[in-house]
Design a binder for this molecule. Structure first.
Ligand code: BGC
Length: 709
């Protein structure tokens, strides 16, 4: 942080505030949506200084639209109007740029599967640059909702079920979007959403209430958000829903006590779309005035789209229900972010020639897609496929292109996606690939070919906002296709293009190999083909447990005493089909016994920053070079509160040549051993296990002790 600039900005804020009328201050806390139709009205208000920000979409379900564009002329008109207003404060233009703007990268859940913070940071940075080149200054990303329920359509936007991994990805994402300096040409403002607990919506139903105890909140749901604040994130957005009966948008506890007082956040908070006004419909506020008062008191600085603040703030000030100091504070928060983002110097960021779909972004789209795909099964090393054999390619997603991008990419076009069947031809050579012109089963080919590759999955509209599913099993239709092919084909390779972690037990017996490709983005089909050919090796690891059936929800690995080891169903196995952290590679690895550089540290040593180094020998025992993700988990053997059986606390990706051996060293500090029994972080002295291995169900352990003193 540049203290000199910060100081200058603070005095600029005071200078502006001293000149602004109350009406203009109220304008700053209001956000409108901008479309071609709304533009004249928005411009009229902007000219009076009554618009703080604009969201560049005309619908609350922006993720479900496709091929919609921002109106750059309208943006220019509106911004120029704002600059002519009495205080001349520029408008901040926001839009959901979630996993790419034009060039699409894998959905965030898939990005988490890379277990590679550098890659995730680069993806965030490239998408910010592309968005910025189009004039977007603020994105509503990253979504940091911990997700344990694959029915929830928005699980695709999350970094999975683990707070540690989600925190690593949160930092990468914020640093990628905002960079060190948000005012740089290729950086934009990030927004941590949805604070908090949206991912815990009951039954995976969108916008549902959640029940989260403070204990679970602090240990599971808050860490990624906290990390985002530490990484310098500038804005927050609320969860639409309630926790334990309290609407999050009215929660002083969340937005003032935790976010501001405990964490020291000094950016601004925007409400989610209409979520203040919605409270009247939900029966949690009788009037919009009451909704405005409660949300504002709770610390929601800016209202997205609904007009509760605009219509009621003056009266709330007159009646003393809101004080001028409170209003000034909210305006300060907003101006601070605008200043940091460089808006006063460059109000219309990069509204020049559109410069999109850069070659290097496209190449990166393929690279990150290759790294996120998870090889779930590979019986008899059927993969990679030989290049001199006949391969039959079929399946809905061998042809369909839009779903490959996934939900939340309204600005992208699927014309840039190469159908998977074409990618297979490109990689293996036309002569090797048997396929029909349009999608049909093609029994004849299935019989003749040496291998059948079936691309199944789920449609992008079955994922994302408002698109929860009651069943997470692969659909009957997709399953039937694989079974039909299986009856006649020699070997069956299934590639799954999906957003959520689908339940694949029924598929398992019918596939020799399964590559989980997620909704991988613009170059995702090219990436899948190159993995099948062995040009790239699969490296992805599951950021969520992959369940056997819907009825197992919620099953997650970081549960007290591994829930599935002691709580069985009569009609279902207790374990997930594939555990958290799981993923195969084209080679094999063997792990030695883990050792520690110190067997014990005292509490004060740990708190003072001393660390313990975990070492493990790793051998590539297969016949190909490969990359392994060495994972370190910690178990607190005895604690005052019931603790997760194990928790991920570190990992390292290492590449090892075939036959090679290396020693991996991972450092654990105080965060690995403590938790929040209540408000404060505590390390309980006593015995711990440190566990090392390829995934959460295959671990070797070594004892560690935290001494008193
Ligand atoms: C979503 C947010 C999104 C906003 C603006 C809402 O419906 O919940 O995640 O940022 O719309 O598009």
């Amino acid at each position: 942080m540049n203290m000199k600039r910060e100081k200058e900005w603070e005095s600029k804020i005071e200078e502006l505030l001293s000149k602004m009328s109350t009406e203009e201050k109220i304008g700053q806390i209001c956000q409108l949506y901008l479309t071609e139709k709304s533009a004249p009205q928005v411009a009229e208000l902007a000219e009076k200084g009554l618009v703080g920000s604009v969201v560049l979409t005309g619908t609350a379900f922006a993720g479900n639209s496709t091929g919609t564009d921002i109106d750059r002329d309208a943006m220019t008109t509106v911004q120029n109007a704002a600059l002519r207003s009495p205080s001349g404060i520029p408008i901040l233009f926001g839009k959901d740029v979630i996993h790419g703007y034009r060039t699409i990268f894998p959905i965030p859940l898939a990005q988490a599967a890379t277990f590679d913070a550098e890659l995730v940071k680069e993806a965030a940075s490239r998408m910010a640059a592309e968005a910025s080149r189009s004039g977007i200054q603020w994105t509503y990303a990253p979504m940091l909702d911990l997700a344990r329920d694959a029915r929830w359509g928005r699980i695709i936007e999350s970094f999975g079920e683990d707070p540690y991994l989600a925190s690593v990805m949160a930092r990468a994402s914020v640093e990628g979007i905002q960079g060190d300096d948000m005012s740089a040409d290729d950086k934009i403002v990030a927004c941590a959403k949805h604070f908090v607990g949206y991912g815990a919506a009951e039954g995976g139903r969108d916008y549902n209430k959640s029940e989260i105890t403070d204990y679970t909140l602090r240990n599971m749901y808050l860490p990624a958000f906290r990390t985002a604040v530490d990484a310098g994130i500038q804005t927050f957005m609320n969860n639409f829903g309630d926790i334990g009966g309290e609407p999050c948008v009215f929660s002083k506890y969340l937005f003032r006590d935790i976010l501001r007082d405990e964490w020291g956040f000094d950016g601004f908070v925007v409400s989610d779309w209409g979520s203040i006004a919605n409270q009247t419909g939900k029966g949690t506020a009788e009037t919009k005035r009451e909704a405005a008062m409660r949300a504002f008191r709770a610390g929601i600085d800016m209202e997205m789209v609904s007009r509760c603040y605009y219509e009621n703030m003056q009266e709330l000030l007159d009646s003393g229900d809101i004080t001028t100091e409170m209003l000034d504070d909210a305006v300060r928060n907003i101006l601070r972010v605008k200043l940091r983002a460089g808006l006063f110097e460059k109000p219309c960021l990069n509204l020049g020639e559109l410069d999109i779909y850069r070659e290097d972004d496209m190449a990166f789209s393929k690279k990150i897609a290759e790294k996120c795909m998870v090889l779930l099964k590979n019986d008899g090393n059927v993969l990679p496929l030989p290049r001199d054999k006949k391969i039959f390619v079929t399946g809905t997603y061998a042809y369909e292109r839009r779903s490959i991008l996934g939900n939340w990419c309204p600005g992208a076009t699927d014309e840039k996606v190469n159908p998977f069947v074409d990618c297979m031809k490109e990689v293996f050579g036309k002569e090797q690939i048997m396929s029909t012109d349009v999608y049909e089963i093609g029994y004849q080919y299935a019989r003749q070919a040496d291998y059948a590759v079936v691309a199944v999955g789920e449609n992008w509209r079955e994922t994302g906002e408002g698109n929860s599913m009651a069943r997470i099993e692969l659909s009957e239709r997709e399953l039937e296709l694989v079974k039909t092919v299986r009856r006649v084909a020699r070997k069956v390779v299934v590639v799954v293009f999906a957003g959520r972690p689908l339940a694949l037990s029924e598929l398992l017996p019918h596939a020799d190999a399964i590559l989980y490709a997620w909704h991988p983005g613009t170059r995702g089909t090219d990436a899948a083909a190159s993995i099948l050919a062995g040009d790239a090796s699969p490296e992805g690891r599951l950021p969520v447990s992959m369940l056997r059936s819907t009825g197992q929800i919620p099953t997650y690995y970081n549960h007290p005493l591994a829930q599935y080891h002691y709580r069985e169903y009569r009609d279902e196995l207790p374990t997930p089909l594939y555990p958290f952290g799981y993923g195969l590679s084209y080679t094999e690895f063997s792990y030695g016994e883990p050792t520690l550089d110190v067997e014990s540290l005292s509490l004060s040593e740990l708190m003072a920053g001393k660390t313990v180094k975990v070492k493990v020998a790793l051998k590539n025992t297969g016949d190909r070079d490969g990359v392994e993700t060495v994972q370190v988990y910690v178990r607190d053997r005895f604690a005052y509160k019931s603790r997760p059986d194990i928790e991920l606390k570190g990992y390292q990706k290492v590449s090892v040549e075939k036959g090679g051996e290396t020693v991996v060293e991972i450092t654990l500090g105080k965060n690995a051993f403590g938790y929040y029994p209540e408000k404060d972080f505590v390390i309980e002295t006593g015995d711990f296990d440190i566990l090392v291995g390829p995934h959460s169900e295959e671990l070797k352990s070594v004892a560690f002790n935290v001494k008193k003193g």
